[in-house]
Design a protein around this ligand. Sequence first.
Ligand code: HGY
Ligand code: MN
Ligand code: MN
Length: 403
Amino acid sequence: MTSELRINGERLMASLYELGAIGALPQGGVCRLALSDEDREGRDWAVARMQALGLNVTVDAIGNTVGVYHGLTNMPPVMMGSHIDTLATGGLYDGNYCVLSGLEVIATLKDAGMRLRRPVAVAFFTNEEGSRFQPDMMGSLVFQGGLALETALATRGIDGVTVGDALRQIGYDGPASVGHNRVDSYFELHIEQGPVLDEEGLAIGVVEGVQGISWTEFHLQGVSNHAGTTPMRLRHDAGYVTARIGVFARQLAQELGGDQVATVGHLVFTPNLVNVIPDTVTLTVDLRNTDAEALRLAEQAAYEEGITVSRNMLARFEPTPFALEVVELVAAQARLRGLPSRRMPSGAGHDAQIMAAMCPAGMIFVPSVAGLSHNINEFTAPQDLIAGVNVLLGAVVQRADRA
Ligand code: HGY
Ligand code: MN
Ligand code: MN
């Protein structure tokens, strides 16, 4: 029965384009920053789809939203989840694809008149991207109990607004409690956001875990001075130290090799004027697959330049393996459907790595063309998107109906 079940591909694609129209950018792509008006619009759209499916919808105190399709028992649900907040330059698929796939899986079960032994849930978590408020995966961290609700609500974003105020502003400071949820298992279907599946011509990634993540924000205090009259020997140039950190980060990644990556993605100079030696610089270093060595990079450069440096740990996640039972289930479903697949780690962070602390969790990847993501031109072919959802459908049905 399960292997014959197929989702409605047209309905899935239509929902992707419909949600993608909310916060659409003029040159393509989407901007629905966490807890913005656009995020509220996207949330309202997704909640309306949950209600149209007759799901029991709850919103918790950090805005995580869960729709439950009841089962034959009231055992803990098998959950499909991800996020619908995006970067300022987000693509159509990152996060949204899984939430819409969860809705499609439940719609397919409904069409088939199927109720499973366990309930099946679809969830979107607040602020997965971490662009406006850090850390990323904030909502699932609070859901799982890994971050105190009060700490999350008090977090101030890059625009100075607190999570609590922004949440109230969009009306998603929900009544459901956090940190005490029962979830049988968690599945996240996601675009790979890297080049592996596309380069190897594979349809499915059977994800074995997520690499570690370290986000550090540095504040460099230099001495602002005249760019023309200040001799080099008298300078304390925070801009020069910034450049050194960027070079160190790249060299660190090259020295360590393997999956090590390092990125300077956020950079703010003051006064940011062509003829003024910078007074301060704020920059972030994103390191993955290693311990946070960012401090070493900054301190070494700053010491030599006579700059004071302070740092703020924005996010720090250890490498997270997924539950073998879930990994095997995903691999078996890919085989059952004749889809070429491989086992692999995730380079990107996901809510699944947070949920793995509270229940067996796993992920399914589909190819990203040219490995592009966190870019308005991210693209995955419809047949790959549909194949991924059929693997999710099979895995969830098997998991929810098991004895
Ligand atoms: O940064 C990440 O890996 C995720 O997109 N938040
Ligand atoms: Mn994502
Ligand atoms: Mn992302």
